[in-house]
Ligand binder design. Structure first.
Ligand SMILES: [Zn+2]
Length: 105
């Protein structure tokens, strides 16, 4: 596999913005697949994006992870990673958080 050199940080962020502007919320897994950047690498970029968009019309909306068994929502988690276990039912079937760029008007 030779896909050239890995993209620079700025390029990754631009690609992230483009992917997230598509109109639907994506999981980090989906972003990883479409941008061809590892999930681990995307975490910091998402955090950075969240901070850097503060002074603009757009913002990064994070739809929190949710337990598929009892419906518990991980609202207080400002983290990008999917939590391992539900504090409500101890279940591990947890829908990962989703990300989208929304425009404030
Ligand atoms: Zn649960």
């Amino acid at each position: 596999m030779s896909d050239g050199p890995p993209p620079r940080s700025e390029t990754i962020r631009e690609a992230l913005v483009t992917a997230l502007s598509g109109g639907h919320a994506l999981t980090i897994k989906e972003l990883s697949a479409s941008l061809r950047v590892s999930e681990r690498e995307l975490g910091p970029h998402l955090q950075h994006l969240k901070r850097s968009l503060r002074h603009r019309d757009e913002r990064l909306e994070v739809q929190p992870a949710r337990c598929l068994v009892c419906g518990f929502t991980f609202e207080d988690r400002a983290r990008v990673k999917r939590p391992g276990r539900c504090p409500g039912c101890r279940g591990t079937r947890i829908a990962p958080p989703r990300f989208a760029l929304v425009v404030d008007r």
